[in-house]
Design a binder for this molecule. Structure first.
Ligand code: ADP
Length: 231
């Protein structure tokens, strides 16, 4: 069977039928993941507090209900799209890329092979195949600290999502693994630019920052207090 038939098969499949084909266990629906205000109410006594500074003018609390932080494996999310931190070849690699290709199955690589690669900062979309996510948006992060390129990854992924009627999307911490972008600096770029984009693009209803490492969870918990302060 060609990847096209296989892709369409999964995209058309009834959700109960699709669930029988998932290759990963402990699937979580986007509706089971708390929004930032819910997360804050549950966890505020255990979260490291952010100290407000005079220069904090960037208050995006009105968007807080569209943002989630969640610690876990992105391949377990039943959501419209997950983002892959891919490499330029789009043919699979290590880290989150490897996990996504393993869980989606071999037809993903066949579709990726038709896309003629992807430049740093760009984004391309494929089907999700055996993943609980309907679509995968592949983006290539910069090697090292290059804020403009990292911003492009987030913005181009969101734009591609909107053009494909995707309303719920999960991002891994692009570039912060093998590509060596410092975690704190990457989180600042990710949160700031996703929030700025959402302000003017209301079609996306939820962005989940999927945090694989507890160090990233701590960074995002603190930064969200700065960008989307809660009482
Ligand atoms: P890059 O090459 O862009 O640095 P990596 O895959 O090496 O990509 O790392 C990006 C981030 O993805 C890191 O924070 C890493 O811990 C995280 N990660 C690795 N596996 C998974 C997974 N299954 N789900 C979510 N995040 C993951």
């Amino acid at each position: 069977m060609s990847f096209i038939e296989e892709k369409e098969k999964y995209l058309r499949m009834d959700i109960n039928e699709k669930r029988k084909n998932y290759s990963t266990k402990n699937i979580l629906s986007v509706n089971d993941i708390p929004t930032w205000p819910e997360y804050w109410q549950t966890n505020k006594d255990n979260i490291d507090k952010y100290k407000k500074s005079e220069n904090d003018k960037f208050d995006m609390s009105s968007l807080a209900n569209k943002i989630s932080i969640w610690e876990g494996d992105i391949t377990t999310l039943e959501i419209d799209a997950i983002v892959n931190a891919a490499n330029e070849s789009l043919l699979g690699g290590g880290g989150v890329d490897g996990a996504i290709h393993r869980a989606a199955g071999p037809y993903l690589r066949k579709e990726c092979a038709t896309l003629k690669g992807c430049q740093v900062g760009e984004a391309k979309i494929t089907g999700g195949y055996k993943l609980p996510a309907k679509y995968i948006i592949h983006t290539v992060g910069p090697r090292g600290e290059k804020p403009d390129k990292l911003r492009d990854c987030y913005i181009n992924s969101l734009e591609l999502a909107e053009n494909n009627e995707i309303k719920t999307i999960a991002f891994p911490c692009i570039s912060t693994g093998v590509y060596g972008y410092p975690q704190q600096a990457a989180a600042e770029v990710a949160l700031r630019h996703v929030l700025l984009h959402l302000e003017h693009h209301p079609k996306i209803s939820r962005v989940i920052f999927c945090l694989f490492l507890s160090t990233d969870k701590e960074i995002y918990e603190k930064l969200l207090q700065k960008y989307c302060p809660q009482k």
